[in-house]
Design a protein around this ligand. Structure first.
Ligand code: GLU
Length: 416
């Protein structure tokens, strides 16, 4: 890492927000409003561990801006969660909701913990403790959590149950990503990956290529990465590489995706079962047509951006590419579909789930899939047009599309 590269995700996102607002003709006062979340709550959660000891966990909930509507965004459980990361993630949620035109602002939560080292019951106590700690600031018309890194439908179910007990009413719309039997939506679990496949199709079209036979590397085998590998494999692409937090697998003939899906654990760990693994860093620069970072932040940097062999990079993770690396990829004519666009499928189907909860009438899988397809295709086309007509890179184009709604809503409300 050299000193010139900015790997603080909050600072990096602030730079692009400022540029996007400038291009749209908003002044510095709007930047001052939007550069940080309006609210950030830090909580400390006592949890009784299975061995009888008490452990304190630190968690956050950030609400970036609620001018458009209630804030919305996931909760991640990860040892590397920081305050700045949660703040940046909440800003990205505002951008995503703007890009796909949802009536929400951005929110995000996180708890510093390693769920891979915790038992089922400890995770339940932590999830319930977090909801008790933040219950005053969240709610179906205030701020609606959802899954994110290493959280899932079971954790959403515990959180909803805790909220319903505190508030003494059944509140399915308090949280999305729930199990189907508790008011979840068809297609929510696979939504981020589905959205990414739609982005890949659009990007391939722009490059005059086909999905059949295209070589794909997916970094990360969690919720987004594993379903994506499955969908790409089913669509006739050749998935040549995958990885998890511990290592990566690469085979230029294509990996046995069905076997890998079968053998992964619930956190997406699979490479530990194999002897001939390579590192994540090695995987990213292997030959392929499409590279999908679907893990964590700062994976494509000035150290490897010049060596990425893919012609298309689609960011399923939040913040996987630094700004400097974005410039290098753009100069090399790599078509980059940025995170705030590419990974918006999750929050789109979360919105569908919340709408279904509010009306108490549920849609079929086909209805959800068709609506998601339409929203994501329109969002891609809009961002791509801004990129072409305003001569800006895809990340800046996505920020311009995303920040407009929250900026206009804030101005109409007289906040700026
Ligand atoms: N955590 C997901 C994201 O980063 C989904 C958020 C949601 O569904 O509200 O987009």
């Amino acid at each position: 890492m050299t000193q010139t590269e900015n790997r603080n995700v909050l600072h990096a996102t602030q730079i692009v927000i400022k540029e996007a607002l400038g291009k749209l003709g908003f002044g510095d006062d709007m930047y001052e409003l939007l550069k940080e979340p309006l609210r950030l709550l830090t909580v400390r959660i006592p949890v009784r561990m299975d061995d009888g000891t008490m452990r304190m966990f630190t968690g956050y909930r950030a609400q970036h801006n609620d001018a458009v509507g209630p804030t919305k965004g996931g909760v991640r459980f990860h040892p590397d969660v920081t305050e700045d990361e949660v703040k940046a993630l909440s800003i990205w949620m505002s951008l995503k909701c703007g890009i796909v035109n949802l009536p929400y602002g951005g929110g995000k939560g996180g708890i510093i913990c390693d769920p891979r080292q915790m038992s089922f019951r400890e995770l339940e106590r932590l999830s319930r403790g977090y909801v008790r700690a933040i219950s005053q600031m969240v709610g179906p018309s205030k701020d609606i959590p959802a899954p994110d890194v290493m959280t899932n439908a079971q954790i959403m179910a515990w959180m909803m149950d805790e909220y319903s007990r505190i508030r003494e009413f059944d509140a399915p719309g308090f949280i999305t990503g729930k199990p189907l039997v508790l008011g979840g939506s068809h297609g929510r679990e696979t939504a981020t990956a589905k959205g990414v496949t739609i982005m890949i199709d659009q990007a391939l079209k722009k490059r005059g290529k086909e999905v059949a036979g295209a070589k794909v590397i997916v970094q990360g085998f969690g919720n987004a990465g594993s379903f994506l590998a499955k969908f790409m494999h089913e669509a006739g692409a050749v998935v040549v590489g995958i990885s998890d937090a511990y290592g990566a697998l690469y085979d230029e003939q294509g990996l046995d995706i069905e076997e890998l899906l079968d053998r992964r654990d619930s956190f997406g760990t699979v490479t530990k079962l194999f002897k001939s693994t390579i590192t994540n860093a090695e995987l990213l620069v292997k030959p392929c047509d499409i590279l999908v970072p679907a893990a964590i932040e700062n994976q494509i940097t000035i150290d490897n951006a010049a060596h990425i062999q893919a012609g298309i990079v689609v960011e399923a993770a939040n913040g996987p590419t630094t700004l400097e690396a974005t410039n290098i990829l753009t100069e090399r004519d790599v078509l980059l579909v940025p995170d705030v666009l590419a990974s918006a499928g999750g929050v789109v189907v979360s919105y569908f789930e919340w709408v279904q909860n509010n009306q108490g009438y549920y849609w079929t899988e086909q209805e959800v899939a068709a609506k998601l397809q339409e929203v994501m295709e329109n969002a891609f086309e809009n961002v791509y047009n801004i990129h072409k007509t305003r001569q800006v890179n895809m990340r800046l184009a996505a920020y311009m599309a995303g920040v407009r709604k929250v900026a206009e809503a804030s101005r109409y409300r007289g906040w700026v």
